[in-house]
Structures are given as structure tokens and as C-alpha cells.
Write a protein that binds this ligand. Sequence first.
Ligand SMILES: CC(=O)N[C@H]1[C@@H](OP(=O)(O)OP(=O)(O)OC[C@H]2O[C@@H](n3ccc(=O)[nH]c3=O)[C@H](O)[C@@H]2O)O[C@H](CO)[C@@H](O)[C@@H]1O
Ligand SMILES: C=C(OP(=O)(O)O)C(=O)O
Length: 416
Amino acid sequence: MDKLAIVGGARLAGEIPVSGAKNAALPILCAALLTEEPLEVENVPYLRDVDTLLALLARMGVAIEREGPTVRLQAKRIVSPEAPYELVKTMRASILVLGPLVARCHEAVVSLPGGCAIGARPVDQHIKGLQALGATVRVEHGYIHATTPGLRGARLVPDLVTVTGTENLLMAACLAEGTTVIENAAREPEVSDLARCLVAMGADIDGIGTDTLRVRGVPRLHGARFRVMPDRIETGTYLCAAAITGGQIRLGQADPGSLEAVLAKLAEAGCRIETGPDWVALQAPARLWAVDVRTAPYPGFPTDMQAQFMALDTVAEGSGVIRETIFENRFMHAVELQRLGADIRIDGNTAVVTGVTRLEGATVMATDLRASAGLVVAALKAEGETIIERIYHLDRGYERIEEKLGALGAQVRRIR
Ligand SMILES: CC(=O)N[C@H]1[C@@H](OP(=O)(O)OP(=O)(O)OC[C@H]2O[C@@H](n3ccc(=O)[nH]c3=O)[C@H](O)[C@@H]2O)O[C@H](CO)[C@@H](O)[C@@H]1O
Ligand SMILES: C=C(OP(=O)(O)O)C(=O)O
């Protein structure tokens, strides 16, 4: 298993480009299931999760060609509307094939994703929504079996804000007969990116970017070409990496408008932030101030940036209170940060982080994707060498991470 070795202390400086967003690319690639015509998706990042999803789509009979960051998919005929446990267990986002398969094939058999390091993560709201659209759904032996004579539009009100739940129901609604209204919809920019791709494919969707999506079903969707938005979480992670080292960086091909809550917190921590239409630059102070963070659905502070900010607070001036409101078990990085010398007290969903003047390199274990990102941020500041084990988590979501950090002057190498 690959490991990452980071020698902390280098001040990050320079410019790198942001990759396409994992969490937008995954649902958009699944949208290819909704049409027999070709869908050409640009700016698709090279990530393990993308490989997993493309393998799953290929199994279903989707023809796939990849040329650099462009992926061309054509689902002329779906040979098997099934997503097996072996693939779904390695990537929860595989659940995103459920809505498109039910809409297009009128049947689907998709493994339940199961729990994962950050929480139970049930998919009851996906199922409830599909039932309201006229699917018969039963869960048996760990699989969701859904069938329908044809979906019909309905008013859907999920009990909570769910990102992939909204995406699944949005894709299903595009081919349902009549109008669907999704209230309490997730407003994450990745949901809007998917919606814009669906519109490019001929879907009729109003309310994009709001919490009420109105979809007038159409009999068929057609092919399209679509460019995936920049990854706001990757952007935020590199900004944190620069911030903790007292650095100065510029990120190109970015979308600063999609990460206002994160930029505001970095400014509160003492960083100077400048933005342009497709770039963001950060200049860090010699020492950061600790900031409080409370995760919330968009436009609130993203849970996917919580670990990276916990890392910042470990060496900041003062104390920061971090509240995780989305996932019930997303503080796995705290114990690993303590191994580097951090002062963190956990009480339920709250972590109180008191800044220390130095962290020390140690061997730590990555437990999930963003926990790993938090450890990378901390390791860049820690004195001496930090070895991060199990970095396959990082490879799920960060394209060429050691190359990008290296280009900014970090001392980082992959141990194979
Ligand atoms: C591939 C992708 O886009 N992943 C993102 C997506 O995950 P994902 O879409 O899985 O997260 P959700 O928005 O669905 O989860 C939000 C909360 O709702 C709960 N819930 C969700 C669905 C459901 O049917 N029942 C239920 O109880 C979850 O357990 C969680 O506590 O949004 C999360 C929250 O921004 C991000 O951290 C993930 O990076
Ligand atoms: C939690 C994440 O991904 P997933 O929903 O695929 O587990 C993430 O991107 O931080």
C-alpha cells in the first residue's frame, strides 16, 4: 500500500491549476445512462473514484473512450442494470446509477453502499423519493431492487438535505412523465453543475441553485458536451496547505464563487485572499489565528473542508471550536493529529482545538478522504518527517497530489 512521506517546514509558493470536481464529475458521468446518444464530458479528473465509476458503467454496457481529461460515453443499450457490492463498497457514489437506471430501464439492482468511516450514511431518502415517483422498491440481501412501469412526476420533500439524494432524484425526474418538484433540495454547486449538464442534454429544469428544483419530464434526452466545474474542495485544501506554511500561492482554473464560506474563514484566520473570475490567490500571515467552524449544507461551511481547518487550528494563535453537523463520525483525523502533537478535545460533535507552537513529524494513518487531506496539511507544518499510511483514500479524490504539492515547493514523496 502506498504511503506519503512529507518533510514539513517548506513555505509553499507558486501557482498550480485546480482539477475538475470529483463530486460533480461522478453524477455527470452517471447522467450518460439517461440517453442512447454520446455524452462528452470535459475536465474529468484522473482519480480512483472516476476509474471505479467508469468500470461500473462499462459493466452496464456503456461504451467509454478517454482522451486526457475528456471522457466520451455512449449508453446505446444497457446490458445489465446492476451495480454489484464489489464496486459499490469501494465508492459510495456508485449509488448515483440508481436514479438513471430506474428512469431509463425501469429497473435497477444496486447494492446498498453500507456504512463507512465518517458515519452510517443511509440512502433511505433516495429510496423514498423513487417510491414517490412511482417505483416499487424492496431491499433484500443488501441490494436495492427497484422496478416501475414508468416514473411519474411528484412533489418530493426529503427529510433532510442530501446531495447525492437530490442528484439521483433529479436525474430520475428528467425522464418521468409530468412535473416533479424537489423541495429541500441540496444547493451544492455540484448539484447545479449536474443540473446544467442535464439541461444541455435536453432536460427542462427550473430553480437551479435554489432549494426547489422543478423538473418537467421529457420522453428522451439527447447527447451533449459538458465541462465539469473546478473542484472547490481541492481548491480549499491547497489554500489550507499554503496557509499553514505561511505561504503565498495562486490557484488557476478555479471557481472562487463556489467557496465563499471557506475563503471567508481563511480571511478570518488572517490570510489575504484575492480572487479573479477563474483564480484565487492567498498570502498567509506568519501565524494564523484560530477560527471556529460549523459545518452545514451549502452555502454553509462544507464538511469536506472540516479536517483541513482542524489542522490549521492546531498551530494557530488561540483556540478554535469545530462543530460537525453533517456526519456523526467525522473526527477520525483528530487522534492522528494528536500524534503530531496537536491539542484537541472532543466532546460529541464538537472539537476544541488549542493552537500549539510546534507539531512534530510521526507516522499517522489516513482513515478517509478528507481526514487524509487534514493530515497532509498538518504534515506540511510539522517538524521532521511525517509518514501518512493508507493514502489510497487520498487517491480517491486528489489528482497527482504529490506532484502538485511538489510544484509549490513542498518536500513530499510517495513510497510505493
Ligand atoms: C459523492 C459526493 O457528492 N459526496 C458528497 C455528498 O455525500 P452524500 O450525498 O453521501 O451526503 P448527503 O448529503 O446525502 O448526506 C448528508 C447527511 O444526510 C444523511 N442522509 C443522506 C441520505 C439519506 O438517504 N439519508 C440520510 O440520512 C447522511 O447520513 C448525512 O448525515 O455530500 C456530502 C455532504 O456535503 C459530502 O461530504 C460528500 O463529499
Ligand atoms: C466524503 C466524500 O466522498 P464520498 O461521498 O464519495 O465518500 C468526499 O468527497 O469528501
